[in-house]
Design a protein around this ligand. Structure first.
Ligand SMILES: [Zn+2]
Length: 192
């Protein structure tokens, strides 16, 4: 194959460089501070299929990216929560300031049934009258073919069944900090 002219970065028009991601030929932007990746087909929709990837930043924290080079805030927070759980015994130091500030977890509106997709656990606040407070859960099980309710296992060991369509707020964060928000947006975590 003869050499191909690198396509310009779709975001900043800087010349890109060829890299290989999971066996695929991908172009990545060479401009400082721009992490854009592209297939270079000229069709921006094609870039939605780029494989996501993970990198380690200067502080040694893993950062997840969408295939296009955009930070995947949710996956990064989930990964950080997982890693934190694993080395919890060493020293219970909370996330260092830059990492915590950069990826302040968000409270997101979901349906209770969606908790079954949250593999690392997290905080949930189920809407109601009166609303339940924030509770940390480790897992939730729901098989729409067989179950009429979602079985939520909380960190204190209690298992409660809730209706799948109830609305709730979800925060991807470990049990060492508790969210204080009551609506979607920054979780405003505080140490317990
Ligand atoms: Zn760029």
């Amino acid at each position: 194959m003869t050499s191909i002219t690198p396509p310009p970065c779709p975001d900043c028009s800087t010349t890109t460089e060829r890299i290989e991601v999971e066996g695929e030929e991908v172009w990545h932007c060479t401009a400082p501070g721009c992490s854009r990746r592209t297939y270079g087909t000229g069709d921006p929709d094609d870039d939605d299929n780029l494989p996501p990837y993970t990198e380690t930043d200067e502080d040694g924290a893993a950062v997840c990216f969408h295939g296009t080079g955009e930070v995947d805030v949710e996956a990064t927070a989930e990964l950080a929560a997982q890693e934190h759980d694993e080395d919890e015994d060493q020293d219970a130091v909370p996330l260092t300031a830059p990492a915590a500030a950069a990826w302040e977890p968000e409270a997101r509106e979901i349906r209770v049934k969606d908790l079954a997709h949250v593999l690392a656990g997290g905080w949930v606040r189920i809407y109601g009258d009166p609303p339940e407070g924030w509770r940390h859960f480790t897992e939730a099980a729901f098989d729409p073919e067989h179950d009429t309710t979602v079985a939520i296992t909380y960190s204190d060991g209690e298992v409660e069944r809730e209706w799948p369509w109830l609305q709730a707020l979800l925060v991807h964060a470990g049990p060492e900090t508790v969210p204080t928000t009551t609506r979607p947006g920054p979780a405003r975590l505080v140490p317990r």
